[in-house]
Structures are given as structure tokens and as C-alpha cells.
Design a protein around this ligand. Structure first.
Ligand code: 8ID
Ligand code: ZN
Length: 350
């Protein structure tokens, strides 16, 4: 039975969320209604709460874009490939036109008309979330919904970023911000893809997690290190630097450093989105080291399906901390302080 009212975390004005009861929406013709069981909390949700980016958001807004749940209703135009009772995931990319130049080439995150869950449309911090049928991820029934929730943004994004890095099995990739949600996922996807990893973050909890749970071969503590560039090079093969760098930190400094330690011919992939930050690299060493610097933004539907497949084969295990949907603002407080090793997943029934 679909109730008429549900619990949700609503942003009425920048900076604060309110836990309250709101009506359950009905899906439109091309939409499904997903009973969200679990939702991850991504740092993007905190950027959205605070209005960090030069991109307009809906207001009032329900945030959240790592939702895993059960399809409970569907619109008249939704085909047989999605049935009521199926398990489905709601991702950042809520919808796209499917006919522009980018959509036709499977670059739907670049669609000029893209709709964004928890940003331009209401997201997963509610018990019943409307989603476009064409874009929801299929989740096999044997996959636990709490564990797979963070795959729907963090997992897809770092998996795509690793592909974009061009790093090959046997090579080394540095993960900057390795102790956070995307970073923890990146260490596991990289390992599953046959890459060696070098973790950069701070604190003993994150160090222990990266080295002992997620398979990193070295850890550089950026707050304790006297020279991050030197320490990263020293931890890499032949002291020549990692073949690729994935920047998933929420600070500008590492975006200014990566070109200095990446290996000649190496690739720096920018993923984190610190407010107001700029990239900087010395022209001389960029040229003579033949460095590539690029951005990577979530992933397409196929990247999503592949990322979920890695998870369903048991290759991806990151530490998950659980809380109730009602506790979202406590999770934001911890995230602001950088205290979360891994990812928080919210149970929408609590
Ligand atoms: O498609 C995309 N490009 C995409 C998708 C999803 C998320 C981008 N993001 C962005 C988010 O908006 C956010 O800006 O990626 C960033 C990371 O998201 P997250 O993993 O959800 O954040 P977190 O869990 O808070 O982890 C951030 C980590 O960075 C570390 C922190 O200690 C934390 O563990 N960090 C910081 I802050 N400064 C650092 C530094 N100088 C650092 N690590 C290394 N060096
Ligand atoms: Zn996200």
C-alpha cells in the first residue's frame, strides 16, 4: 500500500534541513515511484545545502541522490522492462533529453537539459521518490540495498573516473581524499580493476581503513607530511610518481599539487568540487612531462550498470555507517568536520 504522507528532509532555505511529513507524489507517464529503503549521503548534498556552486537549485528542495529501493508504481508509458516490485537505484542524473548530440553518444551527463536528483528535482531524502524510468538503475534482487546505495553516486563516479584516467592493470593510481566516500570506493574499484593504489588523506582512522580494509599500498597523511609531493613520489614505482591521480578531495590545495607529482605521461582526473576552487599547474612541467589534466562527471547508464555489477560480484566493500533519515543534520555536521571514514547510509524508516 502506498501511503498518502511520508517522512522527508526538506531544505526550505540554504544551510538547514527540516525533517517533516509531506505528501507522496504520483509518478508521471514516463516515471516510476521508488520506495527508497536506504540512501547514501554524498558531499554533493552538503554543497547543495549550502549553495556552494554556480548552478541554480530547486527551492524548497529534498536532497539526496544515492537511493536504493523498490518500485511501487509506474506511469502509463513505462515499458515492461521495469515492473512493480523490482529493485531500483536513483542516481544524480535524474533525467536527460535522450536526443541531443551528447545523449545520442552516451554522454547523457553532458545533456544541456539534464535533470539532477536532489538538486534541480527532489531526491532521495524521502521515503517515496519519483524518478525517470529511462534513468533508474536496475539492481539485482540478491544485492543488499544498504550496501549498494553508495555505488549509485560514489561508485559510478569513481569507476568512470578510473576509466577516464586510462590507467592500466599493474599501474599505480593516487587517490586524493581516499578516506571519504568517493575515495573509499575509488580504492576498491581500482583494486578490482587490477591497479595499485596510493591513498592520500588525514587521520589514523582513515589511514587504518585505507591500508587495512581497502587495499591501499601506501598512505600519505597530508596534514602530517612536511612535503606531500615528495612523499607521494617516494611511495610510487621508481619514485617517478603515480600513473594517474584521482582528485576526490573537497579542498583546493591538492588540485594545485597533483601535476607536480603525477608521472610523466600521467593523467590527473578532477572529480571533487570544492567551492570556488581553481586548477593550477606549472606550464613548463605540464609540457615537458606530457601531462593530461581532465574533469570527470558521474557516469552514463552503462557505467552505472557496470559499477553495480562489480558490487554484485562481491568485489566492492567499503565501511558503511548507518543512521536514520531523521539524523541527516548530524551526518552533515560530521561531514563538515571531515570526521567520516567511508560513507553514511540512511535508513528511511528511522
Ligand atoms: O561527478 C562528480 N565529479 C562528482 C560526483 C560525486 C561527488 C563529484 N563529487 C564531489 C563532491 O561534491 C565533493 O566535492 O566529490 C567530492 C567528494 O565527495 P565525498 O567523497 O562524498 O566527500 P567526503 O566523504 O567528505 O570526502 C572528502 C575527503 O577529502 C579529504 C577529507 O579528509 C575527506 O576524507 N581531504 C580534504 I577536505 N582535503 C584533502 C587534502 N588536501 C583531503 N584529502 C587529501 N588531501
Ligand atoms: Zn554524489
Amino acid at each position: 500500500e502506498i501511503p498518502e504522507k511520508q517522512w522527508a528532509q526538506v531544505i526550505e532555505k540554504s544551510g538547514s534541513v527540516e525533517y517533516k511529513q509531506i505528501p507522496v507524489r504520483k509518478p508521471g507517464p514516463d516515471e516510476v515511484l521508488v520506495n527508497i529503503k536506504y540512501t547514501g549521503v554524498c558531499h554533493t548534498d552538503l554543497h547543495a545545502l549550502n549553495g556552494d556552486w554556480p548552478l541554480d537549485r530547486k527551492m524548497p528542495l529534498i536532497g539526496g541522490h544515492e537511493g536504493a529501493g523498490v518500485v511501487v508504481a509506474k506511469g502509463d508509458l513505462v515499458g515492461d522492462d521495469i515492473q512493480i516490485g523490482d529493485h531500483a537505484g536513483v542516481k544524480w542524473l535524474h533525467g536527460s533529453c535522450l536526443s541531443c548530440d551528447f545523449c545520442q553518444q552516451a554522454d547523457e551527463p553532458l545533456c544541456p537539459k539534464a535533470l539532477l536528483s536532489g538538486y534541480t528535482v527532489d531526491g532521495t531524502f524521502q521515503q517515496y521518490c519519483v524518478a525517470k524510468a529511462a534513468h533508474v538503475s536496475r539492481i539485482p534482487k540478491n544485492v543488499p540495498l544498504d550496501g549498494v546505495a553508495p555505488v549509485l553516486c560514489a561508485g559510478i563516479t569513481v569507476y568512470k573516473g578510473l576509466k577516464e584516467s586510462g590507467a592500466r592493470p599493474g599501474q599505480t593510481v593516487a587517490i586524493v581524499g581516499a578516506g571519504g566516500g568517493l575515495g573509499a570506493m575509488a580504492l576498491q574499484y581500482a583494486k578490482a580493476m587490477g591497479l595499485r593504489t596510493l591513498a592520500i588523506d588525514t587521520g589514523d582512522d582513515k589511514k587504518d581503513m585505507c591500508l587495512n580494509k581497502l587495499g591501499a599500498s601506501a598512505f600519505v597523511d597530508f596534514a602530517k607530511s612536511k612535503d606531500v609531493v615528495k612523499d607521494v613520489m617516494a611511495a610510487s614505482p621508481d619514485n617517478l610518481g603515480p600513473h594517474a591521480v584521482l582528485l576526490v578531495a573537497v579542498a583546493e590545495k591538492p588540485f594545485q599539487q597533483a601535476a607536480e607529482y603525477v608521472r610523466p605521461r600521467g593523467t590527473v582526473v578532477c572529480i571533487g568540487l570544492p567551492a570556488g576552487a581553481y586548477l593550477k599547474a606549472p606550464v613548463f612541467s605540464t609540457v615537458v612531462k606530457m601531462i593530461s589534466i581532465k574533469g570527470s562527471y558521474v557516469g552514463n547508464r552503462q557505467d552505472g550498470a557496470e559499477a553495480i555489477d562489480f558490487f554484485s560480484r562481491g568485489l566492492i566493500n567499503i565501511p558503511i555507517k548507518k543512521a536514520g533519515l531523521s539524523e541527516l543534520s548530524d551526518v552533515y555536521d560530521k561531514m563538515k568536520k571531515g570526521e567520516i571514514a567511508g560513507r553514511y547510509v540512511l535508513d528511511t524508516s528511522k
